[in-house]
Design a protein around this ligand. Structure first.
Ligand code: NAD
Length: 456
């Protein structure tokens, strides 16, 4: 595998990727190691993950630089991800013992009957991951999975391999046995080979097309399958919204991490009464974003992680302009080594355009005028996806009314591009099945066992 810096196309490292035999050997080792890991008291596993959190904090400067070099995230945003990881891990540290404790649901001594539920680890799970927030999307899976007593075969994205290997090292140094958390580096073919192992669960974060391939491969095997996929996340700005603060919040929601978040704002609908003022304020905010070397602390927008995405954005913009949209800012590839595209704002869009239908996963956004709440809700729901959706208005009842009608895993009132460890993270339709985070996102790595106990 070649690890290439997306900011300048330079080669960072060459590494061997895993092959069929080494993947099968890692699976066998994980299978052998899992029972002893699960047999340890949960407090020991929690302690190992607490130590992992401390190691991430100790190495955070070096880890941020590695992440920025291999996937292009501006260094400030790499630090933000690493700093916020601590809070996410804390949620699992604080709540796993409670969530996984055995439950007594019936004590009926007169009938000599008791009923209990225990939460058993699945066994060995495969975790095929994405590159855009490798610490977040990885830890949403491997932290609770390990605490619950599973062994994990972790396939980091080929665009975040060095980060994936560092995660493996830190877990090992924290007391998680090497065979209990095994990193399997490689690209799509390696991911497919990991999924083919006779694992007890497959947990995937990535795109809808890859999710379909994985679901198809797993279908006959009756194993637990979770797919956290893409989105085309809409937001509606009502005519009574604070235009300046909505514009600022949404420009950040659309462009942070170069728009490469699963919950990035991907479509904006604006009430016709404030449309022109909003568009001017939004464009003004985007013009202020500093584009440049992602290693520079003051950079807000860096390169795209993947070279082919530049052509996807070019195509979406060209399609929109050919169908009558208006280009306000940007619109083209930046001519320099690496994967660069202008921050791009397009207005006068509609749903005939790819820009409003296909996930952009880049620093490109379309803004559409609407005549009121009903049209906005209908357009927000006019998608195969359903990850997040938001409404900006000071009127809470109005926002709640609309958000109740939106088909979406998460909904936001006056905020966007936000994930909380306390809330379930899930999608509807092409955005996936299953969930991570919240108490349910701890239990998802277990199977409930029902105990019917009748005393003699
Ligand atoms: P991707 O689908 O290209 O790749 C994801 C992972 O799958 C990588 O590790 C890749 O090597 C592997 N893979 C590729 N082909 C495979 C196959 N046939 N079998 C098994 N594994 C295979 O996605 P990506 O570019 O890494 O991530 C971007 C996508 O992920 C976007 O659509 C984004 O919205 C989505 N995403 C979703 C969430 C969420 O929580 N819902 C979070 C982050 C990213």
């Amino acid at each position: 595998m070649k690890i290439v810096n997306p900011a300048d196309g330079s080669l960072l490292r060459e590494l061997p990727d895993d092959a069929a035999e080494t993947i099968a050997a890692k699976y066998a080792a994980a299978r052998a190691a899992q029972p002893a890991w699960a047999a340890r008291p949960i407090a020991e596993r929690v302690a190992a993950l607490r130590s992992f959190k401390a190691r991430v904090a100790e190495r955070s400067d070096e880890l941020a630089r590695t992440l920025t070099r291999e996937m292009g995230k501006p260094i400030r945003q790499s630090h933000n991800e690493l700093n916020a990881l601590a809070g996410r891990i804390d949620f699992f540290l604080d709540h796993s013992e409670g969530a996984l404790a055995a439950e007594s649901v019936l004590e009926a001594p007169q009938d000599k009957l008791a009923e209990r539920i225990t939460h058993e680890p699945l066994g060995v799970i495969a975790n095929v991951s994405a590159w855009n927030y490798p610490y977040f999307v990885g830890s949403n899976v491997f932290v609770p999975a390990l605490i619950a007593g599973n062994a994990v075969l972790y396939k980091p994205s080929e665009f975040a391999t060095l980060t994936g290997l560092a995660i493996g090292e830190m877990l090992r140094d924290s007391g998680v046995p090497a065979d209990v958390f095994n990193v399997v580096p490689g690209g799509g073919a390696v991911g497919a080979a990991v999924v083919e192992q006779p694992v007890d669960g497959v947990f995937f974060t990535g795109s809808y097309p890859t999710g379909v391939k994985i679901a198809t491969a797993c279908a006959p095997r009756m194993v637990k399958l979770q797919l956290e996929l893409g989105g085309k996340d809409p937001v509606y700005v009502c005519e009574d919204a604070d235009i300046a603060s909505a514009a600022e919040s949404l420009a950040d929601g659309a462009m942070y991490n170069a728009g490469q978040s699963c919950c990035s704002v991907e479509r904006i609908y604006v009430h016709e009464r404030i449309h022109d003022t909003f568009v001017a304020a939004f464009a003004g905010t985007v013009r202020g974003f500093k584009v440049g070397d992602p290693m520079d602390e003051s950079t807000y927008l860096g390169p795209l992680a993947r070279a082919p995405q530049v052509a996807v954005l070019e195509r979406q913009v060209a399609d929109a302009l050919a169908k009558g949209a208006k280009l306000l800012i940007g619109g083209k590839r930046i001519q320099r080594a690496g994967n660069w595209f202008d921050a791009t704002v397009v207005s006068d869009v509609d749903h005939s355009m790819e820009l409003m239908r296909e996930e952009s996963f880049g620093q490109v956004i379309g803004i559409q005028r609407v005549d009121g709440d009903d049209e906005a809700v209908a357009l927000m729901n006019d998608t195969e996806y359903g990850l997040t959706a938001g409404v900006y208005t000071p009127d809470e009842a109005r926002a709640r009314g609309m958000l109740a009608r939106v088909r979406s895993g998460s909904v936001y009132w006056n905020c966007c591009d936000r994930v909380s460890p306390r809330l379930p993270w899930s999608g509807v339709g092409h955005s996936g099945v299953g969930l991570t985070l919240s108490i349910d996102g701890i239990r998802t790595f277990t199977r409930p066992k029902a105990w019917h106990l009748r005393s003699p």
